[in-house]
Design a protein around this ligand. Structure first.
Ligand SMILES: *Cc1c(COP(=O)(O)O)cnc(C)c1O
Length: 456
């Protein structure tokens, strides 16, 4: 089938509203239209190849058009594409739930499916809220609020935005949101409390403890992105912070919700980020990498204690009244199972650790670029901050749109990346080869140099 680029580009402008996109700007440019993928490459409909430097928005694990994952989808579609989990069970959703319980941190025993990271967070919040409502102790039924971090990102639905902390995305909707406690983030390198880095950790932990001590009677849960605040610009947490939050949640009888949507499935160098600090949350959200990036599927896992609080006679109304039409979709579950099998068979986590080590060495070289500020890395999550002035860290203005300029330059050299404001994000596909990752780095380096040093 011959694809007519200009026809499709026109229809895209006529009919498609793109996410997180100023459409006025979008419609003034020619869209890049992807036709297919192959391993670490995206291929546009005119046949140009690009390295996928952001794992197709943080999801791709083994690469595009992987034969095992593709086959798992085909095999399942031949049997059945969809059947409901309301009142029925299906094979892949059973097998996947068992597998997830085995591979996630100890203590998580039940799996509630949905379709997106945001829905997995909504479910976590509603489960935590309802859990306390169903306690016999009237004091505990007062626990209705959530603690979340500044700069946090948990998705774009109203509940997830309520526990989000990124003003740029969230301020518009303020009147629509529920209130909670926001605590300063120790993830960034500029301490919100004006402390030195290691002092910052302690000071930020102290704020959490102070709030918990004073208000624990009304706090249902605390939600956190373990180790890395992704959308905030790849901000990495000080060692021990996650562990400390776990201890405080336990001490003050508050449910800990770990949002592993971005960091889960190997991204940080362990299968789940919580493992690095020996933490078992009460509730865990997973999505992005769950299906290897092939189909929309998410899950919220809980402990047995939480699950038990929802058991009772129908008249007691303890049921979790929540579900999505495509909950537990068999094709999504089948490809997720294949994804996990391939992770195990290829010893992917070891490969990620090797790549991460190489990456951190090569990123050293970026520090000499005259407009690179902070560089942050955890596993295969990287944020490279671009600054107008390296000494004062004066940022580029919104009008300069520097991140966008750099990614367009990278695209001209065969690399797809996407910035978060003035922060360039690199999220290589986990199974990418060393050579390909080297290529991602050299194109990025050259693109930063070309754009920022031409500018000034
Ligand atoms: C991407 C992301 C979400 C939202 O996931 P969607 O599938 O886009 O709804 C939630 N939490 C974190 C940490 C994320 O990175």
């Amino acid at each position: 089938m011959e694809l007519d680029y200009s026809q499709l580009a026109q229809w895209d402008k006529d009919y498609v509203w793109h996410p997180f996109t100023q459409m006025q700007m979008w419609n003034a440019a020619d869209p890049l239209i992807i036709g297919r993928g192959e391993g670490s490459y995206l291929i546009d409909i005119q046949g140009n190849r690009y390295l996928d430097g952001i794992s197709s928005l943080w999801v791709t694990v083994h690469g595009h058009a992987h034969p095992v994952l593709t086959q798992a989808i085909k095999d399942q579609v031949d049997k059945i594409a969809h059947t409901t989990l309301l009142g029925l069970a299906n094979v892949p959703s059973i097998q996947l739930a068992k597998k997830l319980v085995e591979i996630t941190p100890p203590g998580l025993t039940k799996v509630f499916y949905s379709d997106a990271g945001a829905t997995s967070v909504e479910i976590a919040l509603k489960i935590a809220f309802q859990y306390w409502q169903q306690q016999t102790d009237p004091q505990e039924r007062q626990k209705k609020k959530f603690i979340s971090l500044e700069e946090a990102y948990h998705g774009d639905t109203v509940g997830a935005v309520s526990v989000g902390g990124m003003d740029l995305f969230h301020a518009t909707y303020r009147d629509l949101l529920f209130e909670g406690y926001k605590v300063p983030t120790p993830y960034c390198y500029r301490c919100p409390l004006g402390r030195e880095r290691d002092q910052c950790n302690l000071a930020c932990v102290q704020v959490v403890e102070d709030i918990m001590e004073e208000h624990h009677q009304e706090i249902a849960g605390m939600i956190i992105e373990p180790l890395v605040q992704g959308a905030a610009g790849m901000l990495t947490a000080p060692v021990g912070y996650l562990r400390k939050i776990r201890e405080l949640c336990t001490k003050y009888n508050i449910l800990m919700i770990a949002d592993e949507v971005a960091v889960g499935f190997g991204r940080t160098g362990t299968l789940f980020a919580c493992e690095q600090e020996g933490v078992s949350p009460d509730i865990m959200c997973i999505a992005k990498g769950l299906t290897g990036g092939y189909l929309p599927l998410a899950a919220t896992l809980t402990t047995e204690t939480i699950f038990q609080a929802f058991l009772g006679e129908p008249r007691e109304c303890k049921t979790f009244f929540h579900g999505h039409t495509f909950t537990g979709n068999p094709v999504g579950c089948a490809v997720a199972l294949a994804n996990i099998e391939v992770i195990e068979q290829t010893r992917l986590i070891q490969h990620v650790q090797d790549l991460a080590r190489m990456l951190s060495g090569k990123l050293e070289g970026f520090k000499s670029l005259s407009h690179v500020g902070d560089i942050r890395q955890k596993g295969l999550m990287v944020g490279i901050e671009l600054v107008r002035d390296k000494q004062t860290k004066e940022p580029y203005t919104l009008e300069e749109n520097i991140g966008h300029q750099v990614i367009l330059e990278a695209r001209r050299h065969g690399l797809i990346i996407r910035p978060l404001g003035n922060v360039l994000v690199l999220m290589p596909i986990l199974a990418m080869s060393e050579e390909q990752l080297q290529q991602v780095l050299s194109i990025t380096y050259q693109a930063i140099k070309n754009v920022t040093e031409r500018e000034s």
